[in-house]
Design a protein around this ligand. Structure first.
Ligand code: HEM
Length: 486
């Protein structure tokens, strides 16, 4: 009754809930996409729900995606939401622990480092990491077997990313201490830390110790590199070591270290979840895995020579695996912003007040039949323009052409796209190209080595675990593997 009587006509409808602070936290948390779709059916694209006592306004649809993600910095703010969680994990003075204009400069440094020359050097590194991992991993001993694949994909992701982005010295330290330290650091990313980030709890103590120790490893390596003189390696550490802010101040060593942590953490969860889904989807569609193998044989030759960056462009189905997997399994299901000034929603009577948080869920448009025929079907060939399942993305393509600079280089405006696994606007991902190179290389190498299928031979797919910040497959997520050449 209270919810009906005190309804403000200038605010979006509120999802019904029994308890004031808990609100819809549990129904949302169990399955966010289902929660969004059910409430869209009741209220339309814009509605409010209570998330841990906070009024959270969801704006779905392509207009909603753009409203939140391309919101002006004076209106919407990411650092007020994410800073409490990320600052103890990444460290001071980077990302959300600095003014947004500084983050834009930091993103520019990171983006500029990810050049074609860098990618050309990364593909052989990533390919070698994948094959040597498979050779030494006890889970893949023998001719065939069953494996809980997310664990292996998490390891492959961190070895490939640390080696290519952070260099061989850092990669070698992952076999010793860094893997365990990153595991401790990761505990800072548990959702309960949105509230308990400050508390002297055992996992926060481990997080703080890990952050300090990892940052020191990077800072020591930077000093050693300076002492040894310039190298022609293309990793991110070298690049950041020569980067200078607009006010002519070189990036201090502790900021380089903290940016390297931020990059590895940002990429790790998203890429490791995506690569696990790719493997699980291949296991559910052995026909596609076979088509991928044939694609490589036809495009690169039957002897399958060492993979290069240029080869990736010759493998459209391999590229589409990443694209289609991100359509159905984008690891970031909710993007949130604090509202800094009242925001009128054009075409409605609503004004979103500063007491609300805004939430964008672009995964909802990515599974909307209005844009993607048979949206729940994982069908990588739909990205072929002639496919009957090809998406209708006319406006998306027009916006792709339109470029904008938020301070980290020109990016396509693209906020109205129904397909935004890498976000849009000033906080858009700068790791998109790296992730594509990494995921396509991993996929191509796995396809060369294995045939997969579901353990029971069916085409069913594992359910999603939404309990952590990034969605991922529920474990155990077992697949049956068989080596191609034995
Ligand atoms: C931002 C997705 C991989 C670095 C983002 C955002 C999304 C995203 C949706 C926007 C977040 C927001 O608006 O609040 C993904 C996906 C990935 C991936 C799906 C892999 C499949 C990577 C990798 C790196 C990276 C590999 C680093 C090399 C970043 C950075 C930001 C970002 C620095 C900017 C954060 C900001 O400006 O607030 N990513 N990402 N990401 N991502 Fe990624």
């Amino acid at each position: 009754l209270q919810q009906i009587l005190f309804k403000n006509p200038n605010e979006p409808p509120v999802v019904f809930h029994w308890f004031p602070v808990i609100g819809s936290t549990i129904t949302y948390g169990m399955d966010p996409p289902r929660f969004f779709k059910e409430n869209r059916a009741k209220f339309g694209d814009i509605f409010t729900f209570i998330l841990l006592g906070k009024k959270t306004t969801v704006y779905l649809g392509t207009t909603g995606n753009d409203f939140v993600l391309n919101g002006k910095h004076k209106d919407v703010c990411a650092e007020d939401i994410y800073g409490v969680l990320t600052t103890p994990v990444f460290g001071k003075d980077v990302v959300y622990d600095c003014p947004n204009s500084k983050l834009m400069e930091q993103k520019k440094f990171m983006k500029v480092a990810l050049t074609t020359t860098a990618f050309q050097s990364y593909v052989p590194i990533i390919a070698d990491e994948v094959s040597s991992y498979v050779k030494r991993c006890p889970d893949f001993k023998g001719k065939s077997g069953i494996v809980n694949i997310p664990k292996n994909m998490a390891e492959i992701t961190i070895f490939t990313a640390s080696h290519s982005l952070q260099g061989s010295e850092i990669r070698s330290k992952f076999d010793e201490s860094l893997a365990a330290l990153y595991h401790d650091l990761d505990m800072g990313f548990t959702p309960v830390n949105f509230m308990l980030h400050w508390a002297p709890l055992p996992w926060n103590k481990k997080r703080d110790h890990a952050q300090r120790t990892i940052a020191k490893v990077y800072m020591d390596t930077i000093k050693e590199r300076r002492a040894a003189g310039k190298s022609d390696a293309q990793d991110m550490m070298w690049h950041l070591m020569s980067a200078t802010y607009k006010n002519n101040v070189p990036v201090p060593d502790h900021e380089i270290a903290h940016m390297l942590i931020a990059l590895l953490m940002a990429g790790q969860h998203s890429s490791s979840s995506t690569s696990s889904w790719m493997m699980l989807r291949l296991a559910s569609r052995p026909d596609i895995m076979e088509a991928l193998y044939r694609e490589q044989v036809e495009a690169l030759g039957a002897d399958l020579p060492a993979l290069t960056y240029e080869d990736l462009a010759k493998l459209p189905l391999n590229q589409a695996i990443v694209k289609e997997t991100l359509r159905l399994h984008a690891p970031i299901h909710s993007i949130m912003r604090a509202v800094k000034s009242p925001m009128p929603v054009s075409g409605t009577k609503y004004v979103i007040p500063t007491s609300h948080t805004l939430l964008s869920a672009a995964g909802v448009t990515a599974t909307d039949p209005a844009y993607f025929p048979e949206p729940d079907l994982w069908e990588p060939t739909r990205w072929n323009k002639d496919s009957p399942l090809a998406p209708s993305l006319a406006r998306n393509e027009a916006e792709e052409e339109e470029k904008i600079d938020y301070g980290y280089g020109l990016v396509s405006k693209g906020g109205h796209s129904p397909y935004l696994p890498f976000g849009a606007g000033r906080h858009r991902c700068i790791g998109e190209q790296f992730a594509n190179v990494q995921l396509q290389t991993i996929n191509a190498m796995i396809v060369r080595m294995f045939k997969f299928r579901n353990v029971d031979g069916s085409d069913k797919v594992i359910a999603t675990d939404y309990a952590s910040l990034f969605s991922r497959p529920i474990e155990p997520a077992n697949i049956y593997w068989e080596k191609r050449d034995w």
